[in-house]
Design a protein around this ligand. Structure first.
Ligand SMILES: O=c1ccn([C@@H]2O[C@H](COP(=O)(O)OP(=O)(O)O[C@H]3O[C@H](CO)[C@@H](O)[C@H](O)[C@H]3O)[C@@H](O)[C@H]2O)c(=O)[nH]1
Ligand SMILES: [Mn+2]
Length: 672
């Protein structure tokens, strides 16, 4: 029913004569791009050109420009980012009209020019060819300027516009808010407002990572434009479908039930890893959840209702808990009633805005606890989304064709592993907190099946324990000459074999159904074993250390790849090779591999313990299967450079593997 409503509504909207603009509320594009870790101007972790492309793609979406504002948050407080955005806004004045005039499909220039050759498409008009060439030239100039600035970023001339960055440190600086571009005349075919924000940071005040940044953005945008909808996008996810805002608005406005669509999530796909495990989760789990309360909030590509973020249920009580800026309380009161409220203070009174972006503002307020994006987990998205569901809201799923957003995946394996580790850590923080889905299911409006879906994902870190145990079990059996499966001639063997086959056929059928290649099924299922035993396991250790008070959980920024890769690169010869670094996440995998290789070698050489009940074919099969899953590690043992496992990791893992073999041997001696 819902999707039908959506389609009808959409059909009304696509014709330019439709009354959309009178229907549409003041949609606000609310973009977060945040640079954090590393040195002040680290252009390598989150390259500014990626952010610039994301911003350009969003400024150029098909939506009345006077109803959009784009806020860019920079947690790195970097003049380079600011400079890049200023340059981007100049280029936007050419790029946005160009995209709209020729109805360009992909509006992130780095992807648009990637697909074309050096020549404009020859079947096009002369005028288009001229414009195309000019655009390409201008874009190259933009890239050149940003690159040159990045190369000299240590010796930036901090005068004029950049003076505010003088004497700032990434973790210690006052609020910087700059209106880079204002659509003064309110032109619907102009360029949306573009605002740069670097919230105040002081070493003594916790800044709560991305959730903290989101809350500042929420308040600042509340004061400046106060649109009832906010779109939240990571710096590395560009808008791939120019109509995506219309699609999402159709969901919001096309529903008659108030409780529908607290937020609308677009799936996260990656241009460089089109068939990765997240893409599969989106096609299976997320789509399934639409039938319950709706998909998780995934942190990027999400449209929020401002009043839901404020808590919606709010009354005068709540207004007391959102801090003590009169102006902000006033704007929030309007937002809670679902009314727009324009103070039109854009570029006028920035003082008030500075106040709500300061690090003391949240002091003795409910921000992060009940209001806004919640603190307490480094996966702020999961916890915030769950609390919205717990209030009885549903979430919508917006997956237009072409795909709404395309991101730059965690390409190098160390980055992917650190991302998985962060997720496992953040999920466990939620599981072991007061805001866990089981409580929410009993005490509030989180539905039972929705609760199960949350539990499925939140236990990732815990799942690492059985994963590690099962990965070790066949090796243990071989070394101790024992077995955990029935023998091949016994009837009982049918049970594990059937379970194994059914599971494999079931997961494979998902891939066939959604049209993903079969080899991606194999690669993803191996990666699942590798992440579960490595990244998730370390995530679990992280949380244990946190509960013991020995360390804090931190948000490690995912490294974004510098150069966008061409489609041809995607099937490049090095693409299937795993990349390693000295991070501890690779120790469990290397150890598991070494243990199995030793066990199989011992069996081959007849060195297993004497006098056990004997190892069956089942254990040998399982052991070989584990080796196959960890094949990238086996190859990594013999490779050099970034494709090889570093020597310190091999040494630590060998020591652990030896210890394991020794303990196995000891256990047989003590049993005998
Ligand atoms: O202190 C911080 C840390 C991160 N970020 C930004 O948050 C975004 C996501 O960070 P990234 O390092 O790219 O993490 P991912 O692993 O790609 O993020 C995924 O997982 C996060 C939760 O762990 C979600 O918030 C993200 O939306 C989701 O894409 C980026 O734009 C960062 O710049 C900040 O602004 N401040
Ligand atoms: Mn990211």
């Amino acid at each position: 029913m819902d999707s039908l409503g959506f389609l009808l509504f959409y059909a009304n909207l696509v014709s330019p004569s439709s009354g959309f603009s009178s229907l549409a509320p003041n949609g606000l594009l609310y973009l977060t791009t945040l640079i954090h870790n590393g040195s002040k101007n680290d252009p390598y972790l989150e390259p500014p050109i990626l952010t610039v492309n994301t911003v350009l793609s969003l400024l150029a979406v098909d939506y009345p420009a006077h109803r959009l504002a784009c806020y860019v948050s920079d947690d790195g407080c970097s003049p380079l980012n600011f400079y890049s955005l200023v340059e981007a806004s100049k280029f936007a004045k050419l790029w946005v009209p160009f995209c709209k005039k020729y109805n360009i499909g992909v509006r992130a220039p780095f992807r648009y020019f990637l697909r074309e050759s050096d020549e404009p498409p020859c079947a096009s008009s002369w005028e288009f060819q001229q414009d195309w060439e000019k655009m390409k030239e201008e874009y190259e100039r933009l890239c050149g300027n940003i690159e040159a600035a990045a190369n000299n970023s240590t010796s930036f001339d901090l005068t004029g516009e950049l003076e505010v960055f003088f004497n700032t440190e990434c973790q210690n600086h006052p609020t910087i808010i700059k209106v880079i571009w204002e659509n003064m005349q309110g032109l619907s075919d102009g360029i949306p407002h573009l605002i740069y924000i670097s919230r105040e940071k002081r070493p003594k005040n916790p800044h709560h990572y991305k959730a903290g940044a989101m809350n500042v953005l929420t308040r600042v945008s509340g004061l400046m434009t106060n649109a009832p909808f906010m779109l939240n996008v990571d710096c590395d996810m560009y808008a791939n479908n120019p109509e995506l805002v219309l699609h999402a608005m159709c969901l919001f406005l096309g529903s008659s039930d108030e409780r529908d669509w607290g937020f609308v999530q677009c799936p996260q796909y990656f241009y460089d890893r089109p068939t990765d495990h997240l893409a599969v989760l989106h096609q299976t789990l997320f789509k399934g959840m639409v039938g319950i309360q709706g998909p998780f909030y995934a942190g990027s590509g999400t449209f929020h209702r401002r009043n839901v973020v404020y808590g919606k249920e709010a009354d005068d009580e709540l207004l007391k808990k959102i801090g003590n800026s009169k102006e902000f309380i006033n704007s929030a009161a309007h937002a809670l009633k679902g009314k727009a409220y324009f103070t039109s203070i854009l570029s006028k009174s920035l003082d008030v805005v500075h106040q709500v972006a300061g690090c003391d503002y949240e002091h003795s307020s409910d921000w992060g606890k009940k209001v806004g994006f919640l603190y307490g987990s480094i996966t702020e998205d999961m916890i915030t989304g769950m609390m919205i569901h717990a209030k009885g809201w549903r979430s919508g799923y917006c997956s237009p064709d072409p795909r709404a957003f395309l991101g730059c995946g965690a390409l190098a394996d160390p980055a992917a592993m650190s991302q998985q580790k962060r997720w496992a850590t953040g999920f466990l923080e939620i599981l072991f907190s007061k805001t866990n889905p089981i409580f929410a299911c009993f005490t509030s409006k989180l539905q039972f099946r929705q609760c199960l879906a949350y539990l499925w994902i939140l236990i990732w870190g815990l799942r690492s324990i059985p994963e590690v145990c099962y990965a070790a079990l066949p090796a243990y059996c071989i070394i101790t000459n024992s077995s955990f499966l029935p023998k091949i001639q016994e009837l009982g063997i049918c049970i594990p074999v059937t379970l194994f086959v059914i599971y494999k056929v079931y997961t494979l059928s998902d891939y066939i159904r959604i049209g993903f290649p079969i080899d991606s099924w194999w690669v993803n299922s191996c990666m699942a074993r590798i992440s579960a035993t490595g990244a998730w396991f370390l995530g679990l250790l992280n949380v244990i250390l946190k509960f013991l008070g020995l360390s804090e959980t931190i948000f490690e920024i995912t490294q974004k790849l510098h150069q966008p890769r061409t489609p041809a690169d995607d099937c490049g010869k090095d693409d299937d090779k795993m990349i390693f670094d000295e991070s501890p996440v690779f120790i469990p995998g290397t150890t598991i591999l070494l243990v199995h290789v030793s066990a199989l070698a011992m069996a081959l050489l007849g060195l297993e313990a004497q006098g056990g009940q004997g190892t069956g074919l089942g254990e040998f099969f399982c052991s070989t299967y584990v080796v196959l899953c960890f094949l990238p590690f086996l190859q990594g043992l013999f490779r050099r450079g970034k494709y090889g496992i570093p020597l310190p990791t091999i040494c630590k893992s060998s020591a652990l593997a030896l210890l394991f073999v020794h303990l196995c041997k000891m256990s047989t001696i003590s049993v005998n």
